[in-house]
Design a binder for this molecule. Structure first.
Ligand SMILES: [Fe+2]
Length: 366
């Protein structure tokens, strides 16, 4: 109720120019006040992203995910039918909407207290996108979505003071938290082995420094290697009580740095090659608080895209950079598509080659 009332209030604010908050130099004094409090500003922005959510059915699925997780947290078991039905809804969204729209839902700033539900859904959706990008079968994609949805269900057994600590965990607390991977395996006792083992292995790292079993390289199942990337991506673009959200560009760069040491190189490549074009044409909030539009992305400098801003195309940099995506009411999946005559043509060709190579490697790894 509290949240609904706030959402109503924010809609009213929006009517009086919440978009101007970051777009208009002549913002009134209340807007200016919010601009000076970035964390509050982000929370307000998170609450006005409802239109896109509602129109895609994400809100409805989010409520079902909330019920699914609430049941797990109360009963320490999973209702298999509900998990399957939510996974089916998510899989349908992957069929129904362009990847750019799915990514808009994932990249949207969300209220901090919805992280638990959204993270489960978003990891499911991201897993599904990786499945699509590597031409997996419908069954394989569904399985990946289900794994993403349930990968963290073992957190139901983690004591709330540790689970909800609004800060970096102590060494002892982190050891407790690490148990959630094994708990996920236990709670999923009625599910197929691939789902259980992938959930248990989603924090393993290629270099053997992950947990719980310090598996190395291909000892980690493919589904878990995929979920590890989706998990990190969504965690990094999400705002939490103890950290700000990060832009997808920054996150893609961070994922690239983990290639071969923690994360599967072929899978990260698949991600990095497919995702940027979905972000072109999207609105972003810049470090000066104003809104720009992603014009183009240079592969060699993915953190700093060229931004359409104030009628010009300007290269972003370490002093003027994207902080997070901005989702407008009329967010349009068709905008920002790469056309053959633009400089991104080479990028497209490279992407297609990479996709074929990665698909072959994925198949041979099975
Ligand atoms: Fe986890």
């Amino acid at each position: 109720m509290y949240q609904e009332r706030n959402a109503d209030k924010v809609r009213l604010w929006r009517g009086t120019g919440i978009n101007r908050l970051v777009a208009d130099d002549d913002a009134d004094s209340s807007d200016s006040m919010l601009e000076k409090i970035p964390h509050l500003n982000n929370q307000v922005e998170a609450m006005v992203n409802n239109a896109l959510e509602d129109s895609t059915g994400y809100t409805k699925t989010k409520e079902e995910t909330r019920e699914l997780l609430d049941y797990i947290y109360s009963n320490e078991t999973v209702q298999e039918n509900t998990a399957h039905s939510v996974s089916e809804e998510l899989t349908n969204k992957l069929e129904e909407y362009e990847p750019s729209k799915i990514l808009s839902l994932i990249n949207a700033l969300a209220p901090i207290d919805e992280y638990l539900y959204r993270h489960s859904m978003n990891v499911g959706l991201l897993n599904g996108l990786i499945g699509k990008w590597s031409n997996m079968s419908a069954d394989e994609i569904f399985n990946l979505v289900l794994i993403g949805l349930l990968h963290d269900c073992g957190k139901a057994l983690i004591p709330p003071p540790v689970l909800n600590a609004p800060r970096k965990l102590t060494t002892v607390e982190f050891e407790v938290m690490k148990m959630h991977a094994i708990y996920s395996y236990d709670i999923l006792s009625d599910f197929p082995g691939t789902v259980r083992i992938a959930a248990r292995s989603h924090h393993e790292k290629l270099n053997g420094l992950g947990y719980p079993y310090k598996f190395i390289g291909k000892e980690i199942p493919l589904e878990a290697r995929i979920t590890a990337i989706s998990d990190i991506y969504d965690a990094m673009v999400s705002q939490r009580s103890y950290k700000k959200s990060q832009s997808p560009f920054k996150v893609l760069d961070e994922l690239s740095k983990l290639k071969g040491t923690e994360l599967d190189s072929d899978l990260v490549d698949l991600y990095v090659k497919n995702m940027p074009k979905e972000l072109i044409g999207k609105e972003v909030v810049m470090s000066n608080g104003k809104i720009g539009v992603v014009h183009s992305i240079n592969y060699d400098d993915i953190v700093y895209p060229v931004i359409s801003y104030g009628g010009r195309e300007i290269q972003s940099n370490e002093y003027w950079y994207c902080t997070h995506m901005h989702i407008s009411d009329d967010d349009d999946a068709q905008s920002g598509k790469i056309t053959p005559n633009e400089p991104q043509t080479a990028y497209q060709t490279q992407e297609a080659q990479t996709q074929t190579t990665v698909h072959r490697l994925l198949k041979s790894a099975r």
